[in-house]
Design a protein around this ligand. Structure first.
Ligand SMILES: Cc1ncc(COP(=O)(O)O)c(C=O)c1O
Length: 433
């Protein structure tokens, strides 16, 4: 089954979208996709859920490069994952007691991710980041944490400091409902700018530096190797912990995550998305000495009723098993490079300012000359043009993330043909936007 041509429901936060029923149309060179039925469903959804969604941006069927925002690395409804889930389902979904499957997934994560000697499972990336935040403070006895403009670490109060505005550097919350006190311990530095981190270290005792080792939440922004190595050295020098938030990059950039790709090992790592194989899972892990702070081994409390439940563990185990087979990451990288090179070439040939890049199965484009190294530079992108690009691609059966500030994801279910169709659609769209 061409799993990248999926039956997913697409709902854009602003443009009314979606339906979960299939709109089986193929990607062709002219607009073929309409949203009449989606519009009706979205109109009803708005009367029963805030904004009509369960998460601010959600989604439908098409050549899908959103992949449920990263987890669907094996494609949707992967037969092997589904079969494992059905077997597991027959036995029960949750028991509130340890299960052998938790050990299996834990050992797979420990074997794969260089920094992880012990792991705690949670139900989402947000929860993993919340646990990690408490852990780094408990371990160091310090409160301040440095994050970066444009990096997202879930919706916990302490991390909701807006990137890219003046208030960011003051550590003010960017969402109503977040008490000012909750973000007082959050300091904000500029991505790919070591001096901005050094300046914060000069003025504060810092528990940890937390970053997306490849940014996906301001669009796709890779780090320079010197930046990652520099932060590693600065944290060591200042007695702070280094945390890679690999919720997006874990098991995507490589089997061992961004830390394996770049050869820089943090003290603590957060994970999610791919390790849950499409079910709700998060995890944080690190050196044993640090992780043994976590209850019940240590005094730092963190728990979850459904954490490590058999279904989620099963989906994660099967997904990692599939990913560990020879050639999988080479396939993801080759398809993604072909896509990015093809789209950039068509964009430039049509006279657009456009830049972009990829690492393994993660990619992105900006409508500016680039290169883009941080959130401020990402804001130079022409977002009106991006909106026209996104809509026109969607009308041609290609589902890209509906925001300039999101990364794209390739899956093992995508084919050369999908990528060629996408490039052909892009060529047509570049001529009209
Ligand atoms: C880097 C990163 N950290 C944390 C999160 C939060 O994860 P979740 O949406 O599973 O709560 C995300 C979600 O996109 C993310 O990209």
């Amino acid at each position: 089954m061409a799993l990248s041509q999926i039956l997913v429901a697409l709902a854009l936060s602003s443009a009314a979208a979606l339906t979960r029923s299939p709109m089986r149309m193929s990607a062709t060179a002219t607009p073929t996709h309409v949203t009449t039925k989606s519009d009706a469903i979205m109109a009803e959804a708005k009367t029963v859920m805030p904004g009509g969604v369960s998460s601010p941006v959600r989604a439908f069927k098409y050549v899908d490069y959103v992949g449920t925002w990263g987890p669907a690395i094996c494609g949707h409804a992967n037969d092997e994952v589904n079969e494992a889930l059905v077997e597991c389902l027959k036995k029960g979904t949750s028991f509130g007691a340890p299960s052998a499957n938790e050990n299996v997934l834990a050992k797979m994560v420990i074997d794969a991710v260089p920094s992880v000697e012990m792991v705690r499972f949670t139900n989402s990336g947000t929860e993993a980041c919340m646990g990690m935040l408490r852990l780094v403070r408990a371990y160091t006895g310090r409160e301040k944490v440095i994050k970066f403009e444009g990096c997202y670490h879930g919706h916990a109060d302490g991390f909701l400091v807006q990137a890219g505005s003046g208030v960011a550097t003051l550590g003010l919350p960017d969402s109503p409902g977040v008490p000012a006190g909750a973000t007082q311990g959050t300091l904000v530095a500029e991505y790919n700018n070591l001096e901005s981190v050094e300046a914060l270290f000069a003025d504060h005792e810092v528990a940890a530096v937390v970053l997306e080792p490849v940014v996906g939440n301001s669009g796709f922004i890779p780090p320079s190797k010197e930046f990652l190595e520099g932060i590693r050295a600065l944290t060591e020098k200042n007695g702070a912990l280094l945390v890679f938030d690999e919720v997006m990059t874990g098991f995507r950039i490589s089997y061992g995550g961004a830390q394996q790709h770049f050869g820089v090992t943090p003290d603590v790592t957060t994970m999610g998305k791919v390790i849950g194989g499409g079910l709700p899972v998060g995890a944080y892990g690190g050196k044993k000495e640090i992780m043994e702070m976590v209850a019940p081994a240590g005094p730092m409390y963190q728990a979850g009723t459904l954490s490590g439940n058999p279904l989620a563990m099963t989906a994660g185990i099967k997904t990692l098993e599939i990913l560990s087979r020879p050639g999988q990451y080479e396939k993801l990288a080759a398809l993604t490079e072909k896509l990015v090179e093809g789209v950039l070439a068509e964009g430039k040939a049509a006279g657009h300012a456009i830049c972009g890049g990829s690492i393994s199965g993660m990619f992105g484009f900006f409508f500016c000359d680039g290169p883009v190294a941080n959130f401020q530079e990402a804001t130079a992108s022409d977002t009106d043009k991006f909106a026209r690009w996104h809509r026109a691609m969607l009308e041609r059966g290609v589902y890209l993330a509906p925001s300039q500030y999101e990364a794209g994801f390739m899956s093992l279910a995508h084919t050369e043909e999908d990528v060629e169709k996408t490039i052909a659609a892009a060529k047509e769209v570049f001529a009209i936007i």
